[in-house]
Write a protein that binds this ligand. Structure first.
Ligand code: GLU
Length: 481
């Protein structure tokens, strides 16, 4: 048997971290089993589904490296298939038309509430006679289609994460609606129904999804039985929680993959983080994984049952690991869009080697790609703003002579290299009879406007190539007045 799994996002929003994590587990399982990973877009809800969300989902999965073997298959293109299958259940007597109005259902629920009962449909139209049906129709009532759920039924499955699961039919809210009302015939099919029809047609062997779908699974198993088809295996993965232990939601800020990308997380790091969100590797000390490496080791035995807390510090740490170990050419490619977005002026082609020097200098200090905007500003702008500490440094006795000395040395230097910058520093220290610390600190203040920052000599060399060092030294001399 070939393993076939699927991810089935609804395009009612951008690709959510929870959906992406479910996609990761499906992908890992499929690859581990040498099976197939299929993409289905659940877009039957016409009002809430939008093509730009579909695009965002496809882009997000591709960006993360979660390549799929079949699809995308769109539910909206299969409406006729679902309607036919609804008809099959009607013909078998396993489904029926319910003519209850919204007001009647409201009244029924209010009465249940008054009796202290949980709200449910009381199956009142399960056994209508043809005459009763005809009467409702003459009245002009429309009907939804309901699937029969016996209260006495016990639904049992062996969940790949949660072991044995037992549900009672009586806990499923009564006979369930599988298709909305329509003027004539059968209306829009609902989620639980369309999913089962698709999973059967797509020969899905394992349904891997968030644990918020557990009650749906109980209902869906009954539908498989109704169609007399084999029931797939189920794995319900733990939800992603915020640091307070509640389900991660929009209120927690960033939740969609495109936002994480925008903030400067790299795909490999985000995927690595999601792999560890709910799964622990056999060697618990290993934290850095590619998708392929994790796929080799993946099994549901090591997926936790408890919710997985989303830990920004861990994600940041992983991202920094990927950024610090990245070849400079790749890092530069990733940084260019951020520098462009910040409005910095440069030519990505002719300035390439200079950009690589900037990337290589700030790379080891980056946590997120976006940090590069602030960290490298001083290389792109002409004049810097001097911090309070820098102004204090520049006002120290001797700072002006030091800066003058460096300017003169720069005029004499034919070419600036790492060795010649060291030489200039040494020479000025000696000539002006000052401490080397004063030279270094004044130079840093003058060139960068700040007292902290990346390696001074490297920064100087980078600034020099744009003739910014001279400009800043002169600027600093004016600032100290
Ligand atoms: N469209 C559903 C969702 O996005 C799919 C659930 C499933 O995998 O069956 O939650």
């Amino acid at each position: 048997m070939t393993v076939r799994v699927r991810i089935a996002p609804s395009p009612t929003g951008n690709l959510h971290i929870g959906t992406a994590r479910t996609a990761v587990f499906n992908w890992l399982f499929a690859r581990h089993q040498r099976g197939q990973f299929i993409l289905r877009i659940e877009d039957t809800d016409e009002e809430r589904s939008h093509p730009e969300y579909t695009q965002n989902i496809l882009d997000g999965l591709s960006w993360l490296g979660l390549n799929w073997d079949e699809g995308p298959i769109f539910q909206s293109k299969r409406l006729d298939v679902y309607k036919q299958k609804v008809q099959t259940l009607l013909d078998k007597g396993l489904a029926y038309r319910c003519y209850s109005t919204e007001a009647e259902l409201e009244e029924m629920r209010a009465a249940q509430k008054a009796r202290g009962e949980a709200p449910r449909y009381d199956n009142r139209h399960r056994n209508l006679t043809p005459e009763q049906q005809a009467a409702f129709e003459t009245e002009g009532r429309r009907s939804v289609i309901r699937f029969k759920i016996e209260d006495e039924r016990e639904i049992v499955w062996n969940d790949m994460v949660r072991d044995q699961m037992v549900w009672r039919g009586s806990d499923l809210g009564g006979d369930m609606v599988i298709a909305r009302a329509a003027e004539n015939g059968i209306g829009q099919p609902l989620y639980n129904f369309a999913v089962v029809v698709d999973d059967i047609d797509m020969k899905i062997t394992h349904v891997i999804r968030g644990e918020d779908h557990i009650a749906n699974t109980a209902k869906q198993i009954l539908l498989y039985e109704a169609f007399s088809t084999p029931i797939p295996e189920f794995a319900h993965t733990p939800l992603i929680l915020n640091m307070e232990g509640r389900k991660l939601s929009k209120r927690d800020g960033v939740t969609s993959i495109s936002d994480f990308k925008q903030m400067g997380f790299v795909a490999a790091a985000l995927v690595n983080y999601m792999i560890l969100l709910g799964w622990s590797p056999p060697d618990s000390t290993q934290e850095i994984f590619t998708l392929e490496e994790a796929a080799q080791l993946f099994s549901f035995e090591r997926v936790n049952r408890a919710g997985a807390k989303f830990d920004w510090a861990k994600l940041d740490w992983l991202n920094s690991q990927y950024l610090h170990n990245m070849p400079v050419a790749k890092l530069t490619d990733l940084l260019i869009p951020y520098w462009q977005e910040a409005g910095y002026e440069f030519d990505p082609v002719s300035d390439r080697s200079w950009l690589e020097q900037v990337a290589s200098l700030i790379g080891p200090s980056l946590t997120r790609l976006q940090d590069a905007i602030e960290m490298s500003r001083l290389f792109f702008i002409k004049s810097v703003d001097y911090s309070k500490d820098a102004i204090e440094q520049l006002s120290q006795a001797g700072a002006d002579t030091v800066l003058q000395g460096i300017l003169t040395a720069l005029d004499d230097a034919t070419q600036l290299t790492e060795a010649s910058t060291q030489e200039i520093i040494k020479q000025v220290t000696k000539e002006k009879n000052v401490k080397k610390g004063l030279v270094m600190r004044s130079l840093r203040a003058a060139l960068t406007g700040d007292m902290h920052g990346p390696d001074l000599v490297q920064s100087w060399l980078i600034l020099h190539q744009r003739d910014l060092d001279r400009h800043r030294l002169q600027q600093a001399l004016r600032v100290r007045g």
